[in-house]
Design a protein around this ligand. Sequence first.
Ligand code: UDP
Length: 424
Amino acid sequence: MRISMVSEHASPLAALGGVDAGGQNVHVAALSVALAARGHTVQVYTRRDDPGLPDRVQVQDGLEVVHVAAGPALPLPKDDLLPYMGQLAEGMVADWGNQPPDVVHSHFWMSGLAALEAVQSAADDGARVPVLHTFHALGTVKKRHQGAEDTSPPERTWLEPSVGRRADRVLATCSDEVFELKAMGVPGSRISIAPCGVDLSLFKSRGPAEPRGRRHRIAAVGRLVPRKGVDLAIQALGLLQEAGMADVELLIVGGSSDCAGLESDPEARRLMSLARSLGVADRVLLRGQVPREDMPAVLRSADAVVCAPWYEPFGIVPLEAMACAVPVVATAVGGLIDTVVHGKTGLLVPPRDPAALAAALGELLQNPGYARRLGTAGRQRASARYSWDRVAQETEKAYQLALRGVPLGQARPARLQPTGGQAL
Ligand code: UDP
């Protein structure tokens, strides 16, 4: 199949850990690699955010990233990108020329708009190309949790559900998302589940672990944004100290790549000020961004990885920890309900409950044999269910279902005739 991926803000080539660069970048990159390895031809269309970027980057056989001029060639917050989706669509259509792809798979609501506009333009020229959409995050859920702090453009309220209703199929990453999608008006018959995966050859149970500074280490990894609940992990560290477990450090990974950036980051400052007020600042290590290839050694250095978000559309970090055979303590929200099996691969706790978090972490730190068993089972679960090849196969099935929905006689997009030319 010829597949066009659309990922407006999340380039598969971007460094991870910044405010707008996380799971979606990983997902688009790894899924595209896995689909190309299965013999498909994949083009990933993303916004040019640096004038120095080449127009096209060949990543491997069958996989190319195309940088489309859509708005200023500068890094912009994703919440400012809506006005440029028309340009992204135009860039894609121009790149397709007279050979539109078999399917378009868009990621995040704004890419969905660009994808739908691009296939409309192809349809005007006689080709019917189905759009499959992965939301990665839903505005309804974000608004519910962030209220007035939500910086999404107001148009998201009505445009996002319209993407869900107009796309040929929606790919939910977890069962919790299916409920949310149905509540948004997406018919269940048009929803498939294709979770995120984990790179099992990078995230392994054996391999180097970076040295730690205390007897115990807990790690929290992710973008430094309040909803990730890193403050709850700091509070749990304080509670562990009160309970007599003082020789524990909390390593926080994510945020800016350099020291100056980290020092001026409002979330990093808030977290350190909380740590000081709880008397645990000497045991909280703010590492900043860690390159992907160093992440396994970081995860393996921890007794447990803590993921305490208020809500989480999917959450790749717990899967990465599981693949490294490190037990996870996670809040029972979103995708974490599917990935972390309570008492088998980790422990689930209610959201925004530092006491429950501290109790679960304490249980693992005091019972290393139990923690090891959870870690081993985590690796098994990650290998059995979350390899990117398996996710690619599930995604492929959804593509085939969407192609079958294309009206008879147009099951594959017609090759268009160049103006005034001969049929190809
Ligand atoms: N990540 C990274 N370096 C960092 C911080 C995060 O490579 O400094 C990666 C992390 O390993 C994971 C992704 O970014 O692969 C975060 O994905 P997740 O789904 O957990 O969170 P999201 O960012 O999508 O909310």
